[in-house]
Structures are given as C-alpha cells and as structure tokens.
Design a binder for this molecule. Structure first.
Ligand code: NAD
Length: 247
C-alpha cells in the first residue's frame, strides 16, 4: 500500500509508533524513525532488521522540542531519500497529576512535546512536500481530545490542540496536495498505559464498550489507511480507534 513512499515516524522506537513503523515497512515504505535516545533507536532498528533484513529503515534522535534540531533531521532525510511523503507525529507524553499538584514546568513539558514539537516537524516537512507536489501528515491525538480527562489537564489540553492543528492545516495545505489527519486512539496496550496506576486503567477499561483496550497494531492500521492512496480524499479527519470509548 505504500510502495516507494518515504516516511518519518517520531516516537517510533516502541508502543504505537513502533507498530506504525513495522506496518509501513511491511507495506513497502522506506522509513526513518525518530526516537529520544540512540540506544533505543538502535534497539528498535535491530528488532526490525531481525524481522526482515530487506526492510529499508534507519533512525535518528533529534531533540523534538528543539526546532533547529528537528529541521536539520528532516533536511537529512530529504538528502538521504530525495523526498518525504509521510510524516507521522506520534511521540507524546502523558501524565495524570491532579491540578493542585501540577507545576507550570510539568505543563510546559507536556505542551512542548505534544504540541510544539509537531509544529517544528511539520514546518520543514510541509515545505518539502509542497515542493515535490504533495504528501501526507498524520498526528497522534487521543480519545481525551474529545472527552477530556478528570486529572492531568496538560495532556487533554495538548490533544485538543493537536486536533486544532490538524483540522486547520488540512484547510491550509489542501491546495498543496498535502493531506493532514489525526488518529485518536483509546486506551492502547503500551508502556504509556503500563505507567498509569492500575486502578486508573481498570476504571477506564470498564467503560470501553468493546470490552478491552486496543492493541498497538489495531491503532497502526488506521495510520496505514490514512497514509495510503485509499485515503486520497480524506483530510482534516480525526479518526477514532477507541472501541467506542468516548461514545
Ligand atoms: P509510549 O510511551 O509507548 O511511546 C511514546 C513514544 O514517544 C516513544 O517512542 C518515546 O521514545 C517517544 N517519546 C517520549 N518522550 C519523548 C521525547 N521527549 N522526545 C522524543 N520522543 C519521545 O506511548 P504510546 O502509547 O505508544 O504513545 C504514542 C502516542 O499515542 C502518544 O502521542 C500518545 O499520546 C498517544 N496515545 C496513546 C494512548 C495509549 O493508550 N497508549 C492513547 C491515546 C493516545
């Protein structure tokens, strides 16, 4: 489904991002994954190469909250492959600190990675996509971008912003043949969920109409669809993959 396409996936070393990378590779894309540390990047690349030595995948670890570093990394991908067809902004952090314990620094940390870093990657990537005649940007939102959450206000705030960025840029970049969408996962079985208190996970899971949390691969399938030509007329969409959690 993605033959000849070049994709960049941030936060591609584990969890949902890792499954997106696998899915894209299995569907013929060449992928550059961005991770936060060289060791985790190397580990992920090793795992992928063990699965299929023929997959064309490499990795980088620019500081995503540093606009200049991200711009440089994106330029290097363009240099390496001559184009960027797909940008997946997936890296994100979550927390559930109650408001009265929240610090401004904690709020900034969430917004810096979950919102500002997306803008830093989109800016240079969209310029490349425009020049080459089109491309596709997919952001990772969350079901809390629709329902909010009862603690940890920075996280849902950041994901509401992701939706705003997505819908607005879809309107602005349509004329350049750049589609911009987001996937809004529900509770998905990754390290991020493992880090939540067990009680919180149980309470959330009990409210999922489909009766279980999602698997990272089920979420990655939505990223595959949105990146493929099957979604050629889909832009400005926030695609929920949440077992009807927010319903
Ligand atoms: P995860 O913690 O397993 O993975 C997060 C990824 O982001 C990792 O690859 C990590 O290296 C990267 N990352 C974290 N901090 C970083 C930093 N400072 N700089 C660069 N990279 C950094 O989490 P996940 O569950 O796979 O989450 C992926 C995305 O999905 C996030 O945007 C998250 O908000 C969203 N999401 C997850 C769930 C869920 O239930 N797991 C639900 C809704 C949305």
């Amino acid at each position: 489904m993605l033959k000849e396409k070049v994709a960049v996936v941030t936060g591609g070393t584990r969890g949902i991002g890792f499954e997106i990378v696998r899915k894209y590779l299995a569907n013929g894309a060449r992928v550059v994954l961005f991770g936060s540390r060289q060791e985790t990047v190397d580990e992920a690349l090793k795992k992928l190469k063990e699965e299929n030595a023929g997959w064309e995948v490499s990795g980088k670890c620019p500081k995503l909250t540093d606009a200049a570093e991200v711009e440089k990394a994106i330029a290097e991908v363009k240099e390496q492959y001559g184009r960027i067809d797909i940008l997946v902004n997936n890296a994100g952090i979550s927390q559930s600190t109650p408001l009265y314990n929240y610090t401004p620094e904690e709020f900034d940390k969430v917004i810096d990675l979950n919102v500002k870093a997306l803008f830093y990657a989109i800016l240079p990537a969209a310029k490349i996509m425009k020049e080459q005649g089109g491309g596709c940007i997919i952001n990772t939102s969350s079901m809390v971008s629709i329902s909010g959450q009862p603690a940890g206000v920075g996280y849902p705030t950041s994901k509401f912003a992701v939706n705003g960025l997505t819908i607005s840029l879809a309107r602005e970049l349509g004329k350049d043949n750049i589609r911009v969408n987001a996937v809004a996962p529900g509770v998905t079985k990754t390290d991020m969920v493992a880090a939540l208190p067990e009680q919180t996970v149980q309470a959330i899971s009990a409210k999922i109409p489909i009766g279980r949390p999602g698997e990272p691969e089920e979420v990655a399938n939505a990223f595959l669809y949105l990146a493929s030509n099957m979604a050629s007329y889909v832009t400005g969409e926030i695609l929920s993959v949440d077992g009807a959690s927010k319903a």
